[in-house]
Design a protein around this ligand. Structure first.
Ligand SMILES: CC(C)(COP(=O)(O)OP(=O)(O)OC[C@H]1O[C@@H](n2cnc3c(N)ncnc32)[C@H](O)[C@@H]1OP(=O)(O)O)[C@@H](O)C(=O)NCCC(=O)NCCS
Length: 148
């Protein structure tokens, strides 16, 4: 893995981040979603490696609870540990803002992300039935939480 830099997402990054989101997840956030989140003051971070942005996360903090709204690694560099680096940085950012836990929702079929969350210590706390659209119907969301 090359030198890594975790830094705040800037307005100038939004185009690259939205393009990455589209490649990583066909149902991921649009440019408009990222712009709204930035205007809303969410915690938005990119990971730079290999001379470019390779991933990002977006966290929303409400009082002392954090919600991981988005996390993605570019499709051509997944499986190199960048997801884990981002998840650790997201948890550290939440702790630094005095959060006591982090929540997230994940597609039931997203085995890779679920495995990453479990190995970071997240526990399943619930299920939202038929929550996410798929190409041919709907699928369940699993709710997960990490207590700090
Ligand atoms: C989920 C995602 C962020 C993981 O990022 P990544 O850089 O590929 O993951 P890492 O290389 O850091 O691996 C983290 C863990 O994921 C799991 N993982 C990685 N590749 C995997 C694979 N091919 N199959 C199953 N699990 C895998 C492993 O548990 C791994 O930890 P380990 O190496 O200690 O076993 C990335 O795959 C992604 O962007 N997916 C599309 C968007 C998405 O699904 N976001 C999450 C929405 S809730």
């Amino acid at each position: 893995m090359s030198a890594l830099e975790v830094r705040a997402m800037m307005p100038a990054d939004l185009e690259a981040v939205a393009a990455l989101a589209r490649r990583a997840d066909p149902f991921g956030w649009t440019m408009r979603n990222f712009q709204d989140a930035m205007a809303g003051g969410y915690t938005m971070t990119v990971l730079e490696a290999e001379g470019r942005i390779v991933g990002y996360f977006v966290v929303m903090i409400v009082v002392d609870e954090a919600e991981l709204l988005e996390i993605a690694v570019d499709s051509d560099v997944q499986g190199r540990g960048y997801g884990k680096t981002l998840l650790k940085a997201a948890a550290a950012a939440a702790r630094a803002q005095a959060c006591r836990c982090m929540h997230l929702e994940v597609r039931a079929s997203n085995a890779r992300a679920r495995k990453m969350y479990v190995s970071a210590g997240f526990c399943e706390t619930g299920l939202r039935k038929n929550y996410y659209p798929t190409e041919n119907g709907r699928e369940h969301a699993l709710l997960m939480r990490l207590d700090f």
